[in-house]
Design a protein around this ligand. Structure first.
Ligand code: MSP
Length: 638
């Protein structure tokens, strides 16, 4: 071991019945940002993520696709794993619950709890939701429906094994009370306590008879049953560390933190600690709970068909912009809405204007006044002393808030410093100092700016690693993650060595255009002759207003774009359109279009197309037809 302090963070292990979307990508990205933040404080940090592959839900999804559960698990698990490098996640361990080692460990854990007398055989009747993989009591239903999926549930009664969770209710209540930091933000701690107070905590049904479900880990003490998927999945957090004897378990588990969304609070705040307690394993350090990414006011989820593909966003706007946006836009714990407009606004205002312009102005001035070399500062006066104090307080606040998962507030503090630097440029007017030949003051001002930007770049590394490294390179520095220590940046102003060679210019965050739909001039239509059409012919066309959710280049054709277009249906339509010469994918995301919605589905170069976009073309080019005001997706065009 390195002698460094350890840090350990997990994401939920994701179900393999659906492909990853922005919600999953968010949790994995945040886990990486937290892990990098701890690495930047000089700690040895590890991320564990992976896939949850057993249970009814997966068996049913595989059945629908007429493949085996293992085949489904292999292909979707590979997609989840393959996404991680695109999100910039590094130093991770990826666990799959169908892995032999994990399965053996689940059996070992079950046997310990069984031998302790905490598992018994009994009969149970309840409303079972396959989507949630859990039973609901009548009280928990909403108008007779699953409260998460708003779907009708089957009443199932069968003999099963139960974990004596109720036995630990009092202990858990006390443990949460005595450890105020265990679950955060506070509102989820309150919610967990309310779950415990809401009446008797029921025992947990932890088996499924093989007669109903085969796809799971067999119980070590009864071969006719498989283990309930949650009991199996939660154990991935310690099987990834080779519990019980592995060195990683000894190093990382005592500082283990989990990151989840609020949908799975109960299994993490109630099932998991009581399972650990029963088996005599230490409880995790902290449970960090975030809200949902919403799309048009509904939780983004595959079942609602309103998902955003993170890879498309990253390919259009870049990884660092994506990472900055999701951390800055979502106030951790609350829900947030995803829109491309909001992302572009953040890019243009925060990254391009505030930071990118400042950085390129400072480099250009350092080039013009000092031949692109870091000047040695002279005497610091009041404005410089004030700016140094501000650097200390804003960086301190940034780091404290970041450690508490308050990313939006943390970044706001860092931007307070960046905006102060912009004001300092205007106030100290280096161009006037140059004109008046005040060389020493000019050197001091530029040194202040360059040193401050070095601090900003280092502190931004956990969120925007690529841009951070670029900024540092342009400042004549390298970045070695193994030797980072951002905590010393709070106190020590002046760590940048004069004499370093700087880049002469920089263009870190180019602005994106938010084009207005009516910006393109509509040319008069030529006198093409078209055969006469009756009104009845016209009525056969189903024309609808739609909103483009995602756009990407067709993998095999330069002229085609592949789009996902919202027509107000349960799922967006996949539409292939020959507009690539006229529109870059990122220009059209969020725009409204008119779609011919009742054409038969066809494959265009192997990609399914479920409609056609209307366009107008003349000798100056082509443009999309759109309603002149934004209309609800799916509205009829007549
Ligand atoms: N397999 C279980 C977790 C077992 S952990 C021992 C599971 N899987 S899941 O595929 O449904 O993933 C749920 C998690 O995905 C959420 O807790 C969250 O991390 C992420 N998200 C999925 N949709 C999301 C949003 N719309 N918004 C934010 N995060 C979301 O539950």
């Amino acid at each position: 071991m390195s002698g460094k302090a350890s840090f350990y963070i997990t994401t939920p292990i994701y179900y393999v019945n659906a492909k990853p979307h922005l919600g999953h990508a968010y949790t994995s990205t945040v886990a990486d940002c937290i892990a990098r933040f701890h690495r930047a404080l000089g700690e040895d940090s590890l991320v564990v993520t992976g896939t949850d592959e057993h249970g009814d839900k997966i068996a049913q999804a595989a059945d629908k696709q007429k493949i085996s559960p293992q085949e489904l698990a292999d292909s979707v698990s590979a997609e989840f794993k393959g996404l991680l490098p695109f999100l910039g996640v590094e130093n991770f361990r990826f666990i799959r619950t169908t892995n032999q080692k994990h399965k053996a460990l689940v059996q070992q854990f079950l046997q310990i709890v069984y031998d302790k007398g905490d598992i018994y055989f009994g009969e149970y009747g309840g409303y079972y939701c396959t989507g949630c993989e859990r039973f609901y009591t009548e009280k928990e239903l909403e108008n007779g429906l699953c409260p998460q999926h708003l779907a009708p549930l089957d009443f199932i009664s069968e003999k099963n094994y139960f974990f004596r969770m109720s036995k630990y209710a009092g202990w858990l209540r006390q443990y949460i009370t005595e450890h105020p930091d265990l679950i955060q933000p506070e509102r989820y701690r309150t919610e967990a306590l309310a779950l415990l107070d809401s009446g008797e905590l029921e025992d947990l049904c932890i088996s499924r008879p093989k007669s109903r479900l085969q796809w799971g880990v067999e119980l070590p003490f009864d071969h006719n049953f498989v283990c309930y998927v949650w009991f199996d999945a939660l154990l991935s957090y310690i099987s990834a560390l080779d519990w019980p004897e592995g060195d990683d378990f000894k190093n990382y588990w005592p500082v283990g933190q989990h990151l989840i969304a609020k949908d799975i609070l109960k299994p993490h705040a109630v099932f998991w600690p009581t399972m650990l307690k029963s088996a005599g394993v230490e409880i995790y350090r902290r449970l960090n709970v975030h809200g949902y990414w919403l799309m048009r006011d509904a939780k983004m989820s595959k079942s609602l068909g309103n998902v955003v593909d993170p890879l498309q966003i990253i390919s259009c706007y870049g990884l660092d912009v994506f990472r900055y946006f999701v951390l800055r836009e979502m106030h951790f714990g609350n829900d947030a809405s995803f829109t491309v407009e909001a992302l572009i606004t953040r890019q243009n205002a925060d990254l391009s204007n505030d930071l990118g312009n400042l950085f390129s102005r400072v480099l250009a001035m350092a080039d013009k006044y000092f031949g692109a070399v870091v000047p040695a500062p002279g005497v610091y006066e009041q404005p410089e002393i004030e700016l140094q104090t501000l650097a200390g307080t804003t960086l301190q606040n940034f780091q404290t808030l970041f450690a508490a998962c308050r990313f939006a507030n943390a970044l706001e503090c860092l931007w307070e410093f960046i905006r102060a630097l912009n004001k300092y440029v205007d106030f100290s007017a280096p161009w006037v100092l140059f004109k008046e030949n005040k060389q020493e003051k000019l050197a001091t001002v530029l040194y202040m700016l360059l040193e401050s930007l070095r601090k900003v770049a280092l502190n931004l590394w956990p969120v925007m690693p690529g841009s951070s490294v670029k900024m540092l390179e342009q400042l004549g520095l390298g970045l070695d993650p193994a030797n980072l220590d951002i905590s010393r940046e709070i106190e020590n102003f002046g760590l940048l060595t004069p004499g370093l060679a700087l880049a002469k210019h920089s263009n870190l965050f180019p602005r994106f255009d938010l084009k207005k739909p009516d910006e393109q001039a509509e040319a008069d239509r030529g006198a093409d002759t078209v055969p006469a059409c009756t009104f009845a012919d016209f009525q056969k066309l189903d024309l609808r207003a739609g909103t483009i959710l995602t756009a990407e280049q067709h993998p095999d054709a330069d002229k085609l774009l592949c789009l996902q277009v919202d027509l107000g249906e349960t799922k967006p339509r996949s539409i292939v359109s020959g507009i690539s010469e006229f529109y870059a994918p990122r220009e059209i995301i969020g725009r409204q279009v008119v779609v011919v919605a009742n054409l038969p589905t066809r494959k265009i170069r192997k990609v399914e197309s479920q409609g056609m976009l209307l366009t107008v073309q003349d000798e100056t080019g082509l443009c999309l037809v759109a309603p002149s005001d934004v209309k609800k997706p799916g509205s009829r065009v007549s």
